[in-house]
Design a binder for this molecule. Structure first.
Ligand SMILES: Cc1cc2nc3c(=O)[nH]c(=O)nc-3n(C[C@H](O)[C@H](O)[C@H](O)COP(=O)(O)O)c2cc1C
Length: 186
């Protein structure tokens, strides 16, 4: 297997970070990988916002957990609590990928590709990552404008996805790939 395939095969969702902030060089390499993502018509309807401010990460986590706790369906809240009660798993860094919503469904697809580039770049540098869609709950009605401003979202941009980055406390195995998902037609 070449290095790229090894990186793809070893990536997993890290849910236990040491809290140590990755170096600026590592974060720059990850951000550069993000902006090298393909996008429909090279439209790049996203931004890459790297947060390493512990206080702000804490504020986002508190607000998201509050919103999740208020959901009528307790399944998400219970599942977070079963994993230690921390939405961001002590990650010292979160990369937000806000998107410019449009009628073109590809904006979310493009955002997913950016997220995967971030996760794979982190893996290739020996860092853990976890794509974290639940961070969207921080943008509740009351705090939406506040966090959009604090995170420097461009005008009209919405939460697209976030990716937690940091050093893993213990490295975990990747999930077993299911080859039944593959069909060849000759
Ligand atoms: C769009 C998307 C959103 C996700 N959101 C979360 C999340 O909010 N919290 C979390 O712990 N994992 C989240 N994950 C990680 C998935 O649970 C994980 O990718 C899946 O269980 C497969 O495990 P693996 O990443 O270790 O291969 C998300 C993954 C994707 C692709």
């Amino acid at each position: 297997m070449n290095e790229t395939l090894k990186t793809i095969a070893s990536r997993y969702s890290c849910r236990n970070f040491t809290g140590e902030i990755p170096s600026s060089e590592q974060l720059q390499a990850i951000a550069d990988a993000a902006i090298q993502s393909p996008s429909a018509n090279n439209s790049q309807r996203w931004k890459v916002i790297v947060i390493r401010n512990k206080e702000l990460i804490g504020e986002l986590e508190t607000e998201a957990m509050k919103s999740i706790a208020e959901l009528p369906d307790k399944a998400i809240y219970d599942s977070i609590n079963s994993r230690g009660g921390k939405l961001f798993y002590n990650a010292p860094c979160i990369v937000f990928v806000p998107i410019e919503p449009s009628n073109i469904a590809s904006a979310s697809l493009d955002c997913g590709i950016v997220s995967q580039n971030i996760a794979l770049a982190a893996e290739s540098l020996g860092l853990g990552s976890c794509i974290c869609g639940l961070a969207r709950f921080a943008f509740s009605e009351s705090k939406e404008a506040y966090f959009k401003e604090k995170l420097n979202f461009p005008e009209g941009y919405e939460f697209g996805m976030s990716v937690l980055i940091g050093k893993a406390v213990t490295v975990t195995s990747a999930h077993n790939p299911n080859r039944e998902k593959i069909t060849y037609i000759d």
